[in-house]
Structures are given as C-alpha cells and as structure tokens.
Write a protein that binds this ligand. Structure first.
Ligand SMILES: Nc1ncnc2c1ncn2[C@@H]1O[C@H](COP(=O)(O)OP(=O)(O)O)[C@@H](O)[C@H]1O
Ligand SMILES: [Mg+2]
Length: 218
C-alpha cells in the first residue's frame, strides 16, 4: 500500500478545468519532485493532498484512508508541510513560541530535550537572534526559514514542501539539503514542488511534471 495514492483526481475552482486525471502513488520512503509551469495547479494539488480541498472526481488515500474521511489535524500528525507563502503558517507571538507550538503537549520530562532540539534548529537556520521577537516582522526568507525549522523539528513520516528554496540563499539552501539528507537516512519520504531542477536532481529519486495531461514522470 502506498503512503499517498492519488487516483484519477480532477479539480477546478470554477468552470475552467484545472487538474484533470491526476494519478500518482508515493511511498513514505520515496523522494519525489514535482515541476510544472506557474498556474498549472501544483499548489492546488498540495491542498488536495492535505485535505484542505476536496477532489471533485477521484480519490486521494493517505495510508489507505480516503482523505475526505480524515480531519486536517490527523493529516497534520502524519504529514508535515510548508506552504509557498510562509505567512500562512506563522501565527505565534514569538519565534520561540512558534517553534514550540507543535511540541506544546510534550511530557514535562522531555521538555529539556525538546528545547535543546529546537535551539539546534534555530541555530541551523540562523534564527537564534530572533528567538524572543515577533515573527511577523521577519523578512520573507526568515519566515521561510522559521517555517522550515518548525516543520523539520516535528517527527512526521512524510514532508510536502511547496517551493522551499524560494527566498533562501545558497547557504540556507545547502542547510535545507542537509536536513533532507537526514530525513532520507531516517527512511522518511518527501514530495518537493520546485522550479529549481538542480536542487531537485540532488534531493529526489524521481522528478514528475504536472502538465495538461496530468502528472508524468520525466
Ligand atoms: N482559491 C482560488 N480560487 C480561484 N482560483 C484559484 C484559487 N487558488 C488558485 N487559483 C487559480 O488556480 C490556478 C492554479 O493555481 P496554483 O495551484 O497555485 O498553481 P501553481 O502552484 O502550479 O502555480 C491559477 O490560475 C490560480 O490563479
Ligand atoms: Mg504554487
């Protein structure tokens, strides 16, 4: 059974068909890239995979369960994601609280260990200096790094990254690559949407293309 199984999905926001006949299977130890022209529906496909939108035809199964029968928070327990626009994921009054948010229910005995781990991610993404500051005044690139640091600190099985290198300089892109390698070593899968073919070539096993005919392997 695939972790994600997308079966003949169609979706449109209005009368114009956007996604049609989309089929793709991804295992939770696979690393797949997705490319495609702007406006082709890549971000829409991510929203469908996360259960934020519902397909009008076809089904999307996550670990064997139809995503229409899974709550958003249950999808979120298994799948980490970063949106193309980091503003949509940042809502806490300080950078530290944003990092801590998904760990807020941890057992008190693990708190020190978790704080140490979160500090490690803040260091890796050069965010320690903003720890007690509001995240809302960070630059787009800094917000992107915060969204990445936060999602990487969660122990999810699978990650979906929508244009993760936009707003990152070479150093931060390399840092992200290091964490992707770590996820690979841990046997975790990911799905990366990107226009950066050299980044994808380095970090995924297969590149797919979203075009008018659906998703095709290149
Ligand atoms: N909420 C929405 N309502 C109506 N149209 C939308 C909405 N979101 C995206 N679109 C349109 O759907 C098309 C695909 O968008 P998107 O999935 O963001 O593509 P991509 O990520 O491949 O650039 C675009 O033409 C976009 O304007
Ligand atoms: Mg997009």
């Amino acid at each position: 059974m695939s972790f994600y199984s997308i079966n003949s999905v169609a979706f449109s926001y209005n009368k114009n068909a956007l996604l049609n006949n989309i089929s793709l299977s991804i295992d939770n130890n696979q690393h797949i890239g997705l490319m495609g022209p702007n406006g082709q529906g890549k971000t829409t496909l991510v929203k469908l995979m996360l259960g934020i939108l519902r397909p009008q035809h076809g089904e999307i199964y996550l670990a064997g369960k139809n995503t229409k029968d899974i709550s958003l928070s249950d999808v979120g327990k298994r799948v980490g994601f970063i949106f193309q626009n980091p503003d949509k994921q940042i809502f806490c009054p300080t950078v530290w609280e944003q990092m801590y948010f998904s760990h807020r229910n941890c057992e008190p005995g693990y708190r020190d260990e978790i704080e140490e781990k979160l500090m490690g991610y803040l260091e890796a993404f050069d965010l320690v200096k903003y720890k007690d500051k509001t995240p809302f005044t960070l630059s787009k690139g800094e917000k992107q790094r915060l969204a990445l640091a936060s999602v990487l600190s969660r122990n999810v099985e699978f990650l979906i990254l929508d244009e993760p290198t936009i707003g990152l300089d070479m150093l931060r892109t390399a840092q992200l690559g290091k964490y992707l390698n770590k996820l690979r070593e841990e046997g975790k899968g990911y799905f990366i949407i990107s226009h950066d073919s050299s980044f994808l070539t380095k970090h995924v096993d297969k590149i797919t293309n979203l075009g008018a005919k659906g998703v095709e392997f290149s």
